[in-house]
Design a protein around this ligand. Structure first.
Ligand code: ATP
Ligand code: MG
Length: 249
């Protein structure tokens, strides 16, 4: 489908097209398309831009990952369908390997996602040779070299259950989730309320800049960060946006 650049919903339509193509290629499941719809709705009422609370969370997330001993980036079908190249670059600048971790698991889909990421020269773990205790879904199956031993995990588009279990297993969790009300958002140590299509490119830029920061400076950024305050600001931003729109009528 050709989407003219002048279309007012250009970015949103391009994103949908990318995801639909990823679905046809077997990277994304139908449930992933529905989950994206929920994200789009929140993006709409946040003004479809990276807001100050998202930028602050992205910077704290990058600081936390630079400071980590074993940072890992978990990738599901939607993340691979939307930002395979960008997430591979982020992995490279942060020296944080990627791990394929999906809810609706099949060996075929794991393989396809891994291949998509490897096209962009990423280091991809997907052996599925270890299990995270306390979780019933297929997301419990992890790689011994990756999430299993990670101290910080970036989980874009996560579900609340796994976020909770990762935390119970002593890991720090960074979520990218446009819904500031979700269990994932409330569970994570750092919640990036931003579209993954903007969050990952932003994080690449911050990572390039912050790699040269001293340890103390990075630690200060992490210590100062308050996730509850960030979520409060995100919810308030939605209220204010809706109020301003209703005022225009
Ligand atoms: P929870 O179990 O944490 O309450 P949920 O059931 O609301 O989560 P899921 O369907 O498990 O949500 O996961 C999808 C989440 O990902 C949604 O909260 C949605 O807002 C978010 N999401 C979908 N697409 C994007 C995107 N492109 N960028 C950022 N977030 C997105
Ligand atoms: Mg859920």
């Amino acid at each position: 489908m050709h989407v003219p650049q002048s279309h007012p919903r250009y970015h949103s339509l391009i994103t949908r097209e990318k995801l639909a193509q990823a679905f046809r290629n077997g990277l994304v499941v139908p449930e992933g398309l529905i989950a994206h719809g929920r994200g789009e709705c929140f993006d709409y009422i946040l003004g479809e831009e990276s807001r100050d609370f998202a930028i602050e969370a992205e910077r704290a997330a990058v600081a936390m990952m630079i400071l980590a001993n074993h940072p890992v980036i978990s990738v599901n079908g939607n993340a691979a369908g939307l930002v395979a190249e960008e997430i591979s670059r982020l992995s490279e600048v942060l020296s944080a390997p990627l791990e394929v971790n999906i809810f609706h698991r099949s060996e075929e889909r794991v393989k396809r996602i891994a291949e998509e990421l490897e096209k962009h020269d990423a280091i991809v773990y997907c052996r599925g040779d270890a299990v995270i205790e306390g979780l019933e879904s297929a997301r419990r199956i992890v790689d011994r070299r990756g999430i299993y031993r990670a101290d910080v995990v970036l989980v874009p588009l996560e579900d609340g259950d796994r976020c909770e279990i990762l935390k119970r297993n002593g890991k720090r969790v960074i979520a990218i989730d446009l819904n500031p009300l979700s269990r994932t958002s409330r569970m994570a140590d750092v919640t990036i309320v931003d579209n993954i299509t903007r969050a990952v490119p932003n994080m690449i830029e911050f990572a390039k800049e912050m790699k040269d920061y001293g340890m103390e400076e990075l630690e200060k950024i992490v210590l100062r960060y308050d996730n509850r305050e960030i979520l409060r600001r995100a919810i308030k931003a939605i209220i204010e946006y809706l109020e301003s729109r209703s005022g225009e009528l």
